[in-house]
Structures are given as C-alpha cells and as structure tokens.
Design a protein. Structure first.
Length: 370
C-alpha cells in the first residue's frame, strides 16, 4: 500500500512515529511523510520515507484556513495514497475532510483536544463542529486516554464503534532504560516541554521560586524549545527574566533527552491537558519518579503514590507542596517510585503495543481492498 502519514511538524513524525514508519516500510508499504518543513525532514527520508513539505500554520484561525484545506485536497488528489494516517488536531480534521471527499481511508489519532478546546469560547465551538464532521470518515479513531475517548463519545463527535484506545504513543523501552542515580546533596527537578503556558511552565517557575526559599541547594531545570510568538507561548524576554533571577536553569532544546533524564531525580509536568505525554512515559521508563497535574492525559501516566505524585492544575502552590513532598522522601522511597514507574511502562506502555495495533488495523483495511 501507499501510506501517507501526516502531522503538524516533521519533528513530531520523526520523534513520535519514527519506529512506526520503519515498521511500515519493513512490512513492504510505501510511505510518504507529510509535514511542514523543519530540520527533521531529512531524517524522515533517511528512514526510507518519501518526504513532502506541507505549507501549514498550526496557530492560524482565519480565512486562510480554507485555502489550507483546499491545498490538502489537491495534494491528496495528486498523490492518491491508499491510506492516510493523521496526527495532531488540525491535521486530523483537515486531512480527514479532504480524504472523505476522495474516498481515501483514514486512521486518525487523537493525541489531545488541541489548544482551541482548552481556551474555550467560539474557537472551541468551531473545533467541535469540525471534529463532528471530520471524524465521520476515519475507519478507526485512536485515542490516547480514556478521558478524551469518553468526552468525544459524550459530545457525539465520533461513533464509539470506530474507536480504540492506545497507550499514548508508547515508549521505546530499549532506548529509555534506567541508570544508577547516586545519592547527593542536591535534588534535581527537570521539566521537559515546549515553552507554552498550557504546559504549566509558569507554575513550574513559581513553584521553584517558592521552594528555593527553604531548599536553596535544590536545582530546577527546564528543557524544551521556545515557540514562535503566539498567545500561549513563553517569550524569550520572560525566559531571560527567569534565568537572570536564578530560579531555573534553562537547558535549551536537544535531540537526545536521555542524558538529562539520567541526570535528574524527578520529572515534572504541570500541564493543563495532554493525550498521554511522551515525556512522562520516557521519564518513567528510565525509573524517574514523576510529578504531574491531575489533568487529562497526565493522570494516565502517573498513578498517585505509585510512580509519582499528582497535584492540582494551574495551582503553583499545590505544585510546590507536591514537589516538597518528593523532596522529603528518603532515598529508598524515591527508588521504589522509580522502579514502579519502569514496571508500569513495561506492562502497559511499550511502543511495540502501539505499532502492532496499527499494523493489525492496516491489514484489516488492506484485506477489505482486495
């Protein structure tokens, strides 16, 4: 089959779907990767996929969006793939609509509701309408947590008979393995995320500022790229203020996050809503204890008291109290949390589970075409 796989960045396809692309090619399928041009596009080609650039604005909401939809329709008409795999909110909606017009099967993956849903108001209403129309077409709609599946079903955005639940995007257990963490005087907290308001970056910094008063030796690290200017993006000027204050260590962005997991004692993600955050799965696979918000997606990866702790969303004081709870744990208890996290990943979140489910669904569609 000719399979087109699409997302809002080549970075996403390379980092979150790279092993799936490899598996598809090994099964004999011809894979075309569709995403906006970025530094990761050549890596998709190196995996054996054909890369097609997609002019696309992830934050656009105006009349130009109609032109984007038409562009996707023309692209699908020219490529005529046998199957389309879609990821990220706007790509799920637009490509499902375009594929529906051409009768091309789609497997959609809901990795979160999108920023428009979180912000509410008119934008949320428009997104719900678009989802309701677009998701009538896919052969299967995969969800990454039960909360999103239940909400989409309750709002009648998708036929429950065409849904399935996956353990997020899974985690590569062979790559993300535990390493010995020696006892030391200072504790290192690490947050790995794009620098966005709805990832909880400001709450993390506020919690760090509070904890520094009682624990001046504790280190608070922040790893992740600055985002293009947008209402939810943390600005370079604000980040510079945090760094000058000395409240957090900004580590920039990286292609290899593993050494940072191994050098930390606890992974923190105070996000407002997720699908199932890959960073929490990766951190848990390396036996890092986790602190995250009791929010959709995050609580899928963190079981309170088992492999980490949950705190209230958008509440810096409660985040600080939860991180303080971790600080006061003895070394053996920290190790217990980490080991439990690794075990959870092995039992339920192995990336091979996700890949096997996709291959099974693709074989079903392929058999229906014969």
């Amino acid at each position: 089959m000719h399979i087109l796989i699409a997302a809002n960045t080549a970075w996403y396809l390379n980092n979150f779907r790279g092993r799936l692309i490899t598996a598809l090619i090994e099964e004999g399928h011809r894979v075309t990767a569709l995403a906006p041009q970025d530094d990761y596009a050549p890596r998709l080609a190196a995996k054996g996929a054909r890369y097609l650039p997609l002019p696309f604005c992830n934050t656009g909401t105006g009349p130009s969006e109609a032109a984007t939809l038409l562009r996707m329709g023309r692209l699908l008409r020219a490529e005529r793939p046998d199957l389309v795999l879609t990821y990220t909110p706007k790509i799920n909606i637009y490509l499902s609509l375009a594929a529906r017009a051409l009768g091309i099967p789609v497997l959609a993956n809901i990795s979160g509701m999108g920023r428009g849903f979180i912000s509410g108001g008119l934008l949320k209403a428009v997104m719900l309408l678009l989802y309701r129309v677009a998701l009538r077409h896919p052969s299967k709609v995969f969800f990454q947590n039960e909360d999103d599946l239940e909400e989409f079903t309750k709002l009648k955005l998708v036929d429950p008979c065409r849904t399935a639940l996956l353990p997020g995007s899974g985690v590569d257990l062979g790559r993300f393995r535990p390493a010995a963490r020696p006892r030391r005087e200072e504790t290192v907290f690490l947050m790995v995320a794009r620098l966005l308001t709805d990832k909880g970056a400001r709450e993390y910094v506020a919690a760090a500022r509070e904890l520094k008063k009682s624990y001046p030796q504790v280190r608070f690290q922040l790893l992740g790229p600055l985002q293009p200017p947008a209402p939810s993006a943390i600005s370079a000027a604000e980040l510079d203020t945090w760094r000058a204050e000395g409240v957090v260590e900004y580590l920039g962005s990286t292609d290899d996050v593993l050494p940072f997991y191994h050098a930390a004692d606890c992974l923190v993600l105070p996000s407002y809503r997720e699908g199932t955050p890959r960073t929490l799965l990766e951190g848990a696979a390396t036996a890092l204890p986790l602190v995250a918000t009791d929010a959709v997606g995050c609580r899928n990866a963190v079981k309170d008291g088992v492999n980490g702790f949950l705190c209230r969303m958008k509440d810096a004081a409660d985040l600080a109290a939860t991180m303080r709870r971790f600080l006061e744990l003895p070394h053996a208890e920290r190790e217990r949390l980490g080991a439990a996290g690794r075990k959870r990943m092995e039992l339920s979140f192995d990336e091979e589970i996700v890949i096997t489910r996709y291959l099974k669904e693709i074989k079903r569609i392929e058999a229906g075409m014969a």
